[in-house]
Design a protein around this ligand. Structure first.
Ligand SMILES: Cc1ncc(COP(=O)(O)O)c(C=O)c1O
Length: 402
């Protein structure tokens, strides 16, 4: 893959001075996705599953075609893919529907300090309501979830394991397949937060054998407002809906009603139609390039940038051995928000803060970190300009007496 050619697909990057290093928050969108959204809004912007006329059939077919693309993308079956508003709402469905209805005070839920708030907070809520105990996997010295440490907290009381596949702060890949195997051995189900994995890594839900898996469209070239929840069909079948409204029901009586089968019972109301269709186009785009090629490219950029950052005095990197394209770091004595404002002056977009993952920031014993995250449209030149900006920021704040 050639990032210089790919860059041309991204209208925002027509501004040649712009360096975008914040894909972990949200990726840029290629014209292929933007055009698909335009096609929907201009040519068949009708509702799905309702209209008895051709345009609505077209919209329905495009919406369901995207579901089939999502199936192929992660090797799931059709009735195992629920379209949601994003990874957060997908994880909330699992916690509120499965968690609240299956856990009791005798049970334990395993999470980690590496989790995004979207994974840890829904399970905190389940724990508060059901009194199931929330148990944290101790992280190793590097801040990773290891099998050795996971085994220390797994036991016969564990009913749910809710962990990330790739950390949005540290970029570490969790050994999820082995964790799932161990969890199943004690009868626990595993809910995987794949928001940072799906855009960068081949996922095969049958191979890893996860019970639930969630990701967002907007981090993988797709539109905002669309996400995917994968759930094993036998689990989704038993789970009650948590939102009620149009299109999720079969028969409605005065005092009761029956629900459609999954996935529709979890898609109450008008679904994110344009979002789903746009996500289908994003998946096509990624498939055309090959997700493995994207991963190799990002890792190359990350290794190069880490090696250059290590040469800069006063730079502290928290995850230099991460397997993916995320770098979390700070410049000694410089508040990350000051640094990121300096980078913005060089037209470099990147993130500073706790990245919606306060637990790992507390674990690192810092107030916040700077975070760079790469994607297929980044180049070595982007890295060089960023490194230059880091050096200038360090010199600027040092000369200002920080
Ligand atoms: C690891 C991880 N999980 C979940 C989410 C939540 O995704 P969304 O905000 O799209 O619902 C994010 C977003 O940053 C994330 O990085």
């Amino acid at each position: 893959m050639d990032p210089y050619i790919l860059k041309k697909d991204f209208p925002i990057l027509d501004d040649k001075t712009l360096i975008y290093l914040d894909t972990a928050a949200s990726s840029l969108k290629p014209k292929q996705v933007i055009n698909k959204l335009e096609e929907y809004y201009e040519k068949y912007s009708t509702n799905v599953h309702r209209g008895v006329y051709n345009l609505s059939y077209v919209a329905t077919e495009m919406y369901e075609q995207s579901r089939r693309k999502a199936c192929e993308f992660i090797n799931a079956d059709f009735d195992e893919i629920v379209f949601t508003r994003g990874a957060s709402s997908a994880l909330n469905i699992v916690a509120s529907s499965y968690g609240l209805n299956n856990l009791t005070s005798d049970d334990e839920i395993i999470v980690s300090e590496l989790e995004h708030h979207s994974q840890v907070l829904p399970w905190q809520n389940v724990s508060n309501i059901t009194k199931a105990k929330l148990v944290y996997v101790p992280l190793n010295k590097e801040g990773r979830i290891t099998i050795e440490n996971f085994k220390k907290v797994l036991n016969n009381k564990t009913k749910v394991v809710a962990l990330n596949y790739v950390s949005n702060v540290m970029g570490y890949v969790t050994p999820i397949k082995e964790i799932i195997k161990l969890s199943h051995n004690v009868g626990a189900i595993v809910c995987v937060d794949a928001a940072q994995a799906a855009p960068h890594k081949k996922i095969d839900v049958k191979d890893i054998d996860c019970d639930f898996l969630a990701f967002s469209g907007h981090k993988m070239l797709g539109p905002t407002g669309i996400g995917v929840l994968f759930g094993k069909k036998e689990l989704l079948k038993e789970m009650p809906p948590i939102e009620f409204g149009g299109d999720m029901n079969d028969n409605v009586n005065l005092y009761d009603a029956t629900w459609k089968d999954s996935p529709y019972k979890f898609e109450a109301g008008t679904p994110p139609i344009a979002g789903a269709i746009g996500l289908g186009a994003a998946m096509d785009y990624i498939n055309d390039i090959g997700i493995e090629n994207i991963a190799i490219h990002e890792k190359k950029l990350k290794d190069y940038t880490v090696s250059k950052l290590l040469e800069i005095e006063d730079v502290v990197i928290y995850n230099k051995d991460a397997e993916t394209g995320i770098i979390s770091f700070n410049i000694n004595s410089v508040h990350p928000h000051d640094a990121v404002t300096f980078f913005d002056g060089d037209n470099i977009c990147m993130r500073a803060g706790h990245h919606c993952a306060q637990l790992i920031i507390k674990w690192l014993k810092v107030v916040a970190t700077l975070r760079v995250s790469f994607y297929l449209y980044n180049t070595i030149e982007d890295c060089d300009r960023f490194i230059e900006s880091v050096k200038n920021a360090r010199d600027f704040f040092k000369s200002a007496g920080f």
